[in-house]
Design a protein around this ligand. Structure first.
Ligand SMILES: C[S@@+](CC[C@H](N)C(=O)[O-])C[C@H]1O[C@@H](n2cnc3c(N)ncnc32)[C@H](O)[C@@H]1O
Length: 334
């Protein structure tokens, strides 16, 4: 499954760019990314339709790719067929498009956001997808006390980063309460994003929510600072996307972290690859988080043909389902 924007969404964004000055859009996209890098929220830099379009152009391809990767990882572990979706902090609706791609069972969606410019853009762009065209629009505060609308699948993508730290765990529990089948939270793949996910993970485990991914265990996270758990998804940049970001390279690698909790039982992998693999002549070495809650750098020697063939095509983020044949293990940090 491709992590690039679905053609209908890419075409909808391109159609809305017609007649608009690219320099002004690039300027708005730059202001937004400066704000995100400084740890600020989107409310001050997304105030109208043009801002929302600048976001859709510069950031939506990457958040779509991250959501798609997280959802695909979850779909590998459980046979989910969600019919309804709550996209909490929907922005321009990237997470909804990715969910509809991974789970064609979706027929109903709700976009929840505090920002009317984002809500309008999500509805406008969602009009190009059968499952999203009739999506309900809910203007509200994720972190407020009111109950969230229930849905089979609840997603918060790059949204909890905009809440004060003190509200994040409680908000995650409210999202879980609204989730009939699954909750997926996606955050930027930075040390701060990982720390948020750790706090959410602890709160969910304490509340009895079964963690399905990415961790193949519910023990303490074995990753230690200054290292941090995160994943990376490559995505193509269109010409307009490159212009909006003043970039020349035709692709980018989006770093992200996610957490998925499931109400139904899921397959528990033997390990997940939590870093880039190192291929050398004698062996491939994988950085694994194992079902035992241990971080290992495990070499798979070429001479061990069966074990090597089993992992040769796997990469960062993939699950390993069978306990790999043992090689010499090197436990611990990088
Ligand atoms: C960085 S954008 C992410 C948008 C989209 N989910 C994505 O992945 O591209 C963060 C979104 O969360 C929304 N948001 C932030 N705080 C919120 C709150 N307290 N209640 C509802 N929405 C909120 C913002 O308006 C914005 O749409």
């Amino acid at each position: 499954m491709s992590a690039d924007l679905p053609p209908a969404l890419a075409a909808a964004i391109a159609a809305r760019l017609e007649g608009r000055g690219r320099a002004a859009l690039a300027d708005r996209a730059r202001r937004q990314s400066e704000r995100y890098r400084a740890g600020g929220g989107s409310a001050a830099v997304v105030t109208d339709e043009t801002d929302a379009l600048a976001y859709a152009l510069a950031r939506a391809p990457a958040t779509y790719a991250a959501c798609h990767a997280a959802f695909a990882a979850l779909a590998e572990l459980a046979e989910l067929a969600p019919a309804s979706l709550l996209d909490a902090g929907a922005g321009t609706g990237s997470a909804s498009w990715a969910a509809a791609e991974v789970w064609p069972s979706l027929t109903a969606a709700t976009f929840l956001d505090s920002n009317p410019a984002f809500l309008a853009a999500a509805s406008d762009l969602g009009g190009g997808h059968a499952a999203l065209a009739g999506a309900a629009r809910l203007r509200g505060d994720l972190a407020a006390d009111a109950d969230l609308p229930a849905a089979d699948l609840v997603v918060a993508s790059y949204a909890l980063a905009e809440l004060p730290d003190a509200q994040i765990a409680a908000t995650a529990l409210r999202l879980w309460a609204a989730a009939g089948a699954a909750l997926v939270i996606i955050e930027p793949g930075s040390p701060a994003g990982w720390r948020r996910i750790l706090a959410i993970r602890a709160a969910l485990i304490e509340a009895g929510a079964p963690i399905a991914a990415p961790c193949p265990h519910e023990a303490a996270c074995p990753v230690e600072a200054p290292d941090w758990c995160h994943f990376s998804q490559r995505l193509a940049r269109s010409r307009d996307h490159r212009r909006a970001k003043a970039a020349s390279i035709p692709f980018e690698d989006e770093k992200f972290i996610y957490l998925a909790a499931l109400r139904a039982p899921a397959v528990r992998p033997a390990a997940r690859i939590v870093g880039p693999s190192h291929a050398a002549k004698p062996a491939i070495t994988l950085k694994l988080c194992t079902a035992g809650g241990v971080l290992e750098h495990r070499p798979y020697p070429r001479r061990d043909k069966a074990a090597y063939a089993g992992v040769r095509r796997l990469g960062w983020g993939d699950a390993i389902f069978e306990e790999p044949a043992s090689g010499p293990r090197i436990s611990g940090k990088d």
